[in-house]
Design a protein around this ligand. Sequence first.
Ligand code: NDP
Ligand code: 8X3
Length: 253
Amino acid sequence: MSKIALITGATAGIGEACARLFAQQNYDLIITGRRTERLDALAQDLVKEFGIQVNTLTMDVRNKEEVEKLETLSDDWKKVDVLINNAGLSQGMDPINAGNTTDWEVMIDTNIKGLLYVTKVVSNWMIKHKSGHIVNLGSIAGKETYLNGNVYCATKHAVDSLNKAMRIDLLPHKIKVTGVHPGAVDTEFSEVRFHGDQQRARKVYEGYEPLHALDIAETIWFAVSRPFHVNLNDMIVMPTAQASTSHHLKELS
Ligand code: NDP
Ligand code: 8X3
């Protein structure tokens, strides 16, 4: 078997771009997400185009029992070299007093608890095999807080903290941990945030060139392809036209 990467949230956006790029680099893949049809279509594409092996697992990272189904993979597939903890989302954008508590729970359960459930399973495999690299998708929202971003920002601050914690806890096992913190990336992210309102979602990326999913996949690949003695702890990646979560230079593009 070639090297193996496990990518959560591979049915769209950054996760899908990572799957394509790692396949191109001859990695075998475990791809996960809730939308089975998309997982199957992506797997078929990658096998056909790159001749790699792909294992798909439909799972909701919020559901501990579903995540634990990872343990049913064969021992060969558990030799995961790279875990990309990418599954995540924002839902809603309201002031704290008007926030939808279901949206809050979805974000907390997905972005924090889901990432933890997956990490617990896969880090134990990595410990057993005495190597591995975990890449956590944080966000510029985990470095800054912006108007009405409250709970999403809090979940990504938690990811930032867990990223540091994992690096300490997993140091004795020689497992690398990298945090990747993008600014605006043009994916399905805003459509999900605004509950399917495509017009509102499009506006987020209007008037400047945002990042594309491939930009983040390439950043992750750069981190993963460094020699063993080099670890990129933390990578903040912004569109050139975005200085902070609230400052965009619309004339640049
Ligand atoms: P997309 O909406 O395009 O993709 C999100 C992926 O996460 C999908 O594959 C989705 O799969 C998966 N996902 C969401 N919830 C769950 C769940 N409960 N269980 C399993 N999978 C889930 O967004 P992006 O590609 O932009 O987002 C990827 C990551 O990058 C997220 O963590 C996001 O917070 C982060 N990020 C995004 C930025 C942006 O501007 N786009 C900027 C900074 C960080 P499915 O629906 O099939 O389950
Ligand atoms: C996504 C980027 O600025 O919309 O994490 O929070 S932002």
